[in-house]
Design a protein around this ligand. Structure first.
Ligand SMILES: Nc1ncnc2c1ncn2[C@@H]1O[C@H](COP(=O)(O)OP(=O)(O)OP(=O)(O)O)[C@@H](O)[C@H]1O
Length: 347
């Protein structure tokens, strides 16, 4: 649906002598039709720039961005206007016009497209109904809650019947409960209207809750991408691990985490996160681990979590970090296919 091929975006560097600065540095990535795809990354990694290239708010310095086979960079003004009708966008701060009612905000893109008043009414009313705001149609943004404003934003984004919806931190200004209801609405729109959703967020909970696919961007490069379940349960890149560490699975108590070392001292124990999913979730692997290691295994934390509707469990254990035990553990993990992550070492 959206394809990035060798996409680079330069901005003039702040320091005039430094030349150009690459906000995106060779992005190759495709967003599957019908998916809800998340882009995550640290602040300044290039998420907004990436999404703004999709509807032509920015132009790539090199490479190609295409939407449904259309090369966005090659479009003239008329082409861009037509593209923006097929690509809706929602924003963190809703971007509603305060002088227009909910109805008139949703109607705006249709008025701009020259749709006549009767047709506008025919299209806007079902949209207000879809987002659950029929009774608020004549309210002004100032009279609506954050969640209701975002619902107006979503209805407005859907007015021109787009195939793709871009979401730029759409739930970041909302409380957790309202976030859940907006995510539920996005999920419904994705399922019922077959709309592809590309969202950027710094909220891992959002990614976990609704995306089917995720890409991790770091300093202008996609460093990891795949099914959300796979990326979240078996993160390969250090940036992904850092982004996920606070939000996923069993959380280590702070007093243990703050004492963790990157390398063991003699007599230290290793702290390992064991991740259970699929086959491994149904086997008594913890009991076997204790037997196989022949060493004292402590359980420090455990949780059952859910990613994109699939359950998985994680358990943080510690055992002696001597070479024999580590070798037996490595062998056991290899044999059972248990996913693990070494968190560090401690006494
Ligand atoms: N118009 C611009 N001119 C110059 N530099 C820019 C411009 N837009 C973005 N940048 C720079 O490009 C880099 C990527 O910015 P971008 O907004 O895409 O990051 P982000 O991942 O969305 O960050 P955040 O999560 O903080 O919004 C940043 O270093 C930013 O300062």
């Amino acid at each position: 649906m959206v394809v990035f091929e060798g996409v680079t975006k330069h901005f003039p560097a702040r320091d005039r002598d430094a030349g150009a600065f690459a906000a995106l540095d060779g992005i190759d990535f495709a967003v599957a039709r019908g998916s809800i795809t998340g882009i995550i990354g640290r602040s300044g990694a290039g998420k907004s720039t990436l999404i703004r290239l999709v509807n032509g708010l920015e132009r790539a310095s090199a490479g190609k961005v295409s939407v449904d086979g259309v090369d966005v960079g090659a479009l003239d003004e008329a082409g861009l206007r037509s593209l923006r009708r097929s690509v809706g966008m929602i924003f963190q701060h809703f971007n509603l016009l305060s002088s227009r009612t909910a109805f008139d905000n949703v109607a705006l893109p249709l008025e701009i497209a020259g749709v006549d008043r009767q047709e506008v009414r025919k299209r806007v009313e079902p949209l207000l109904d879809l987002v659950g705001l029929s009774d608020k149609r004549d309210r002004y943004p100032a009279e609506l809650s954050g969640g209701q404003k975002q619902r107006v934003g979503i209805a407005r984004a859907l007015a021109t019947e787009p195939k793709l919806l871009l979401s730029d931190e759409a739930t970041s200004a909302l409380d957790p409960e309202t976030t859940q209801s907006i995510l539920e609405l996005l999920r419904q729109i994705n399922a019922e209207l077959g709309l592809t959703v590309l969202l950027i967020t710094h909220e891992m909970e959002v990614v976990k809750a609704i995306t089917s696919n995720v890409a991790v961007i770091d300093r202008g490069l996609i460093v990891e991408h795949g099914r959300t379940f796979d990326v979240f349960t078996r993160p390969q890149h250090e940036t992904t691990r850092a982004l996920l560490s606070a939000s996923l699975g069993a959380k280590l108590p702070e007093w243990i985490r703050s004492d963790l070392k990157a390398l063991p001292l003699p007599g230290d124990r290793v702290l390992v996160r064991l991740i259970f999913f699929g086959e491994t979730a149904f086997q008594p692997l913890t009991a076997r681990l204790v037997t196989e290691l022949g060493a004292e295994v402590n359980i420090l934390a455990g949780a059952i979590d859910e990613i994109a509707g699939e359950p998985f469990g994680s358990l943080v254990v510690s055992y002696p970090a001597d070479p024999d035990t580590l070798e037996r553990a490595r062998h056991f993990y290899q044999e059972t296919g248990l996913a693990t992550e070494v968190l560090g070492y401690g006494a």
